[in-house]
Design a protein around this ligand. Sequence first.
Ligand SMILES: Cc1ncc(COP(=O)(O)O)c(C=O)c1O
Length: 476
Amino acid sequence: MRRTEFRYREVEQHIMALVDGQAIKPGDKLPSLRALSRQLQVSISTVSQAYLELEKKQLIQSRERSGFYLSVGSQRLPSPASRPRPALVPTVSKRSDLIQTVLEALGNRDLLPFGVVCPAEELLPAGTLARISASILRTNPAQVLDYAPVNGHLELRRQIALRSLEAGIRVSPDEILITAGAMEGLSIALRALTRPGDNVLIQSPSYFCFLQLLENCGLRAIEIPSSTSGLDPQDVKKALEQFAIRAAILVPNFNNPDGSLTGDETKKEIVSLLSERKIPLVEDDVYGDLFFAEHRPATCKTYDKQGDVIFCSSFSKTIAPGYRVGWMIPGRYYGRALNIKTTTNICTATPNQLIIADFLRDGYYERHLRRLRSAVRNQMETLLLSLQRNFPDGTRAGFPKGGASIWVELPPRIDAVDYFFRAREMGIGLAPGPIFSTQDKYNNFIRLSCNGVWNDRMEKGMQTLGELAKHMLKQP
Ligand SMILES: Cc1ncc(COP(=O)(O)O)c(C=O)c1O
């Protein structure tokens, strides 16, 4: 087993893998604490802690003087299967009103946070950031008040260049442009690459802000399906053969909302298909660091030989969404991107750049990420088990390999927008499927976000959502 600071989580994952592989079935007895401790070479107390956690998730039950048993109803839900394929036609997004309503609800912190993709407050490194901030203010108060360079604070760009190696990107600090979150980078990229009326390739389902962005820029979306295994190069090829496509905007690593991961070889193929035709690719990697496997997935930028990929990311999903610190690697579009950045906001806010730079330089990020990933993965497991227990037959949901959201297919008769409004009335936030496509798709899908904590309120919320779904199914 791999050594981590959360050994009991590894024992948990070992058991989950046995459940997934059906090596143990509902009602079966689990190995004794002693046997598993010997087999995995961990202490008995580690195994005991893991069993306690699994019991909390209601995956296993202890029976007095007999040991632990796999609960009945503990098998995984099937992955969404009847995923509707989008029609291969250029479509103008008209989702802004619905998206705006959903965004207002997402911003409401009184709602149970299954609607917002953002780590829970207790998982954000507030204390460390406050200490760094105080130290910067003490040692160099004037620098904080000044403009930063348009392309961003040098130490931050250096740290990002260093971290990029893990994502398979070799880049010098001079090729990086600091932005106000990933969204600014994405917006700059589309403004640099397109003119109103152009076709842009996106995956389906896609992050709803992409749809708004296309709508605001007067662009038409060509949607290709995203599945559990990510994008299929054949779909990309077909779209490229049929339409004049100006640019693509994709999330190959843990797409929002379906969490799909496009394999590294496929990324390479897609980059080459687009590059051959000189079509730029805007790659959004905001979830790339939230992987659950041992290694980070590569990026499309990894395989970019000619600077055709504009890479965008941020620290919003990992360190502090409110700081609005992101970056882009615009490749051969650097000059145009810098120009647009200058006339948008001159530079990204100075104090936030300085603080994040020190956070990275002082080695806090890696440790923080390990804790965050483990918490998000753990909550995802609990949430999926809760879905399984509480939702009506016909509900489907896969277990993504990273990211922070679960894409749930409800039985077809449930209208997700109606479901969203009713859930909101009950104090529960979620995102309805139709906001993730320009076409009339995903009417019975919802996205549930994982912020990395699980509590009784959430368990009750899931029960309420399950009852609501069952109630809606009974309605004529
Ligand atoms: C795929 C994707 N890209 C971009 C963003 C926005 O990132 P930022 O807050 O850094 O602008 C989000 C936020 O939910 C997202 O899911």
